[in-house]
Design a protein around this ligand. Structure first.
Ligand SMILES: [Zn+2]
Length: 98
């Protein structure tokens, strides 16, 4: 395990099998569509009931919770998007509801 991985890389593992962690979070965010929302919005049975959060806005399993210890902010989610989905660019449209 590398200590040098940046947070936006390490945070990715918190997007999988994360039901318990997200239910302890006061809010969570999607690093695909950059939405920030309450864990109560997540439907844990859709599209499959596998203990992984699926974003209620875009339907991608790219959700991390505040209980992961990572910042649930547009900036941080944008960094994650750029690393995991983009080619180093931040998408322009942000669906922040706060
Ligand atoms: Zn989303």
């Amino acid at each position: 395990m590398s200590q040098k991985e940046p947070d936006y890389v390490r945070a990715h593992r918190h997007s999988l099998d994360n039901q318990e962690e997200i239910e302890r979070s006061e809010r969570c965010g999607c690093f695909y569509c950059l939405a920030i929302f309450s864990p109560e919005e997540i439907d844990w049975t859709a599209p499959v009931d596998d203990g992984t959060a699926w974003c209620p806005r875009c339907g991608i399993d790219s959700v991390i919770g505040a209980a992961s210890g990572y910042p649930i902010t547009e900036e941080f989610l944008g960094e994650m998007y750029a690393h995991w989905f983009g080619q180093g660019k931040i998408i322009g449209e942000v669906n922040c509801i706060l």
